[in-house]
Design a protein around this ligand. Structure first.
Ligand code: AMP
Length: 427
């Protein structure tokens, strides 16, 4: 098969690595890709926002499957446009992608199909939103309705913070994405990510994971796109797994089908494990980054037939196999991230680090110049490892981190530490 992957981050490097391992693949391209992806796929400088250019590339190169990594092209309807052109693409169409591109859409779906989530209201003006938060009090959560590159959620601990967030959003901080705002009940509990592969009708669970959103150790510092993740998470017991499938994943798939906009692709549920059971705080319509990286390490089955079965509505016949071993990823970022940072600093020692048993290094933001690798973004590397235990996976990953010579980078030193402590306690 000829396959084209869209995206340029660590998630896409992990997908490229897994897709390239499939015996079904004769040629893999990635647009636009990065220096690490270039080892698995031929990178092409296509503007993926230009759907016409993507379609033309597919026709010229007889591409039979397009795999879409990030949410922006999904929300822009690239899967619909490719389908109209007769090209198979993995991911939801524009309507179904609203599960991520509109928080209000998702909350209304939850209400209609009885999916457990926090109480909420939608607002299109600041005055009513302010009156509502004053009546509710803090803590409370203020969310821009649309896509805001992971920055559109403010968990307000005080009324003043909630008021400031409302003012900022209606002042246009997120452009059209903030023209509508959802105000949601604050959910307290432990947070996990849950992934399922959906074909419009059937959903099969992929795996659970836990990510680490704050920039620094002990969950301190600003929120980021994710500084590390591990899978599976011991927080998702078999009982909680079944509750999430029955109450959060399957009703969404059934609801989207009933509305005539079936969901095909990866449904990623951000779930809070509360005193009243698992509650949804968001859906995403694609693999998480960096959770995808650990999921790909743990997936034993060929991914390509699974992607095709999701597109073709054939998942009810499908079974995915997984390695039982836990996997973990440590994100290395440029100093300053998630604030301002410099681009173009040199990274050495990657090949040596990758020789450690169980270690796989995915690139999230790199470029290659004259045979050397340079940082080209905030999140730059995903140092991943699989091991018999979380303790072993963690030791391997940090051993690899220590072999990477990059004075301008930093990482958290406590990825999966809670799971490691739990392992120690149960020995
Ligand atoms: P998001 O950008 O939707 O991933 O949200 C960012 C973070 O905000 C999530 O990872 C949660 O930690 C937090 N969050 C979102 N909604 C809620 C909620 N209703 N209650 C508590 N925390 C929330």
């Amino acid at each position: 098969m000829h396959i084209l992957l869209l995206g340029s981050g660590g998630r896409e490097h992990a997908l490229a690595w897994k897709i390239a391992a499939s015996p079904l693949v004769t040629k893999l391209w990635c647009a636009p890709g990065n220096a690490g992806i270039a080892r698995e796929a031929e990178c092409v400088a296509l503007d993926i926002a230009d759907h016409g250019a993507v379609i033309a590339f597919c026709k010229t190169n007889a591409v039979e499957l397009v795999v879409v990594g990030p949410e922006t092209p999904l929300a822009a309807g690239i899967v619909d446009d490719l389908a109209t052109a007769g090209i198979k693409a993995f991911g939801p169409g524009r309507q179904a992608a609203q599960l991520e591109s509109s928080k209000g859409f998702t909350k209304d779906l939850c209400r209609e199909f009885d999916i457990p989530t926090g109480a909420y209201r939608r607002f299109d003006n600041a005055a009513e939103a302010l009156a509502y938060v004053r009546a509710q009090g803090a803590p409370i959560v203020v969310k821009a309705d649309g896509l805001a590159a992971g920055k559109g959620v403010v968990v307000a601990n005080t009324l003043a913070e909630a008021e400031a967030a409302i003012a900022m959003m209606f002042d246009g901080a997120f452009g059209a994405a903030g023209a509508e705002v959802v105000i949601e009940e604050f959910l307290s509990g432990r947070e996990i990510s849950f992934f399922a592969l959906c074909d419009g009708e059937t959903a099969i669970p992929l795996a659970s994971a836990q990510d680490h959103k704050r920039a620094f150790d002990h969950d301190e510092g600003p929120n980021t796109g994710g500084m590390g993740a591990y899978s599976p998470t011991p927080l998702v017991t078999p009982e909680i797994h079944d509750q999430i499938m029955a109450r959060i994943i399957l009703p969404a798939v059934a609801g989207m089908k009933a509305r005539g906009t079936p969901f095909r692709g990866v449904l990623y549920a951000g779930v809070m494990l509360t005193g009243q059971g698992p509650k949804l705080f968001e859906y995403n319509v694609r693999f998480g980054d960096p959770e995808c990286q650990v999921l790909m390490l743990r997936m034993m089955s060929d991914i390509v037939p699974a992607l095709l079965a999701a597109i073709d509505g054939e998942l009810r016949h499908f079974n995915l196999r997984w390695y039982a071993e836990p996997a973990l990823t440590v994100v290395m970022a440029t100093k300053g991230y998630p604030g301002d940072y410099q681009k173009g600093t040199r990274i050495d020692g990657l090949d040596d680090a990758a020789t450690i048993e169980g270690v796989e290094i995915f690139h999230a933001g790199t470029i290659e110049k004259d045979g050397a690798i340079f940082a080209n973004g905030g999140r730059v590397l995903n140092v991943c490892a699989i091991g018999k235990t979380v303790t072993e996976a963690q030791a391997r990953a940090y051993q690899a981190v220590d072999r990477i010579r990059w004075p301008d980078g930093f990482c958290r030193r406590d990825i999966a530490s809670q799971a490691v402590e739990q392992e120690k306690a149960s020995q």
